[in-house]
Write a protein that binds this ligand. Structure first.
Ligand code: R5P
Length: 303
């Protein structure tokens, strides 16, 4: 069996170290910067390339934006890490991309658009990735674009456990749109037996991005959980929250696997009456309450 090594990409340092600890393997940091002209630079912080030769290299890098870098920079860095590992003759290059940026551009919604999500994944494959792991991807159909093995890992059991720990009584799960139904069902199953799931209907204007949402629900005095994959601007959650609050919810938990929390999303959600925002460490944010290290580690051990 080849030597397993974790590389901590600049955007997923905590998760990478947790994963290395779980697998009990060596972890290496990276050195990165942006040159004055805007070009990215990255090197894996190793003394010489033989460290990676014949190794089973696990590259951990989320491509969500944060204050230290946008998604485009994160993708460049990821490609640089894959390419460096390939140059150093790693035997396996397993990419762990917990939040896959551009995943919402999986379809052409208007004439003249491209399917950019698949282009990003193809680029990762072409650079030299031999396996691809992500968490709760927006649409698994994106995987059809590549030949390498792809794995979409489920965060819902761990996220549900956090809500369970709050001792919620008589809970009900709301799914904000059709696309989130399976995810919400899984969440409800992990939360307990016979927990109802109610689906709202969301429409988004493809030109303006404006959201409208409809939902008919009686949640008077109940504890409500809204489960979604991404909390970006918070618009979707805030709409669902508004309906639940108006319908008399006692408390409302906003659960999102990937808490991007762009701009004033946190303010928007708390102002709308959220009891707590619960997310995972696929993105470093104030809502990061659950680590995906074990879920990823188990999948790596299995494969
Ligand atoms: C959309 O289909 C996704 O599942 C999320 O609901 C959406 O990306 C959330 O975005 P925002 O927080 O900006 O409404």
């Amino acid at each position: 069996m080849s030597n397993q090594i974790v590389i901590a990409g600049p955007s997923s340092q905590g998760l990478a170290v947790n994963l290395a600890n779980y697998l009990d393997v060596q972890v290496y940091a990276t050195e990165n910067k942006v040159f004055p002209d805007g070009e990215c630079y990255l090197r894996i912080d190793i003394e010489n390339d033989t460290v990676l030769e014949d190794a089973d290299v696990l590259i951990v890098q989320t491509t969500g934006a944060n204050a230290a870098g946008d998604q485009n920079q994160r993708i460049m860095e990821l490609i640089m890490m894959i390419s460096a590992a390939k140059r150093a003759k790693a035997s396996k290059i397993r990419v762990i991309n917990p939040y896959f940026a551009y995943s919402r551009q999986d379809k052409a919604f208007r004439p003249g658009e491209c399917l950019f999500a698949t282009e990003v994944l193809k680029w990762i494959e072409r650079a030299g990735a031999t396996e691809f792991y992500t968490i709760d991807i927006h649409a698994e159909t994106i995987f059809d674009a590549v030949d390498i093995p792809t794995f979409n890992l489920d965060p819902m059991e761990i996220l549900a456990q956090i809500v369970k720990d709050r001792n919620v009584i008589n809970p009900i799960v709301i799914c904000p749109d059709k696309g989130a139904y399976e995810r919400s069902r899984a969440f409800a199953r992990y939360l307990g037996e016979d927990i109802p799931v109610v689906q709202f209907n969301k429409t988004r204007d493809v030109k303006t991005g404006e959201i409208t949402m409809e939902g008919d629900i009686d949640v008077n005095g109940r504890e409500v959980i809204i489960a979604d994959d991404i909390i970006a601007t918070g618009g979707t959650m805030a709409r669902a929250l508004g309906i639940a609050k108006k319908a008399g919810a006692k408390s409302i938990y906003a659960v999102g696997t990937h808490p991007l929390l762009i701009k004033n999303a946190t303010y928007k959600l708390l102002k709308a009456g959220t009891t707590e925002i619960i997310g995972s460490d696929t993105i470093d944010s104030i809502a990061m309450q659950a680590s995906m290290a074990e879920v990823i580690g188990k999948a790596i051990k299995k494969n």
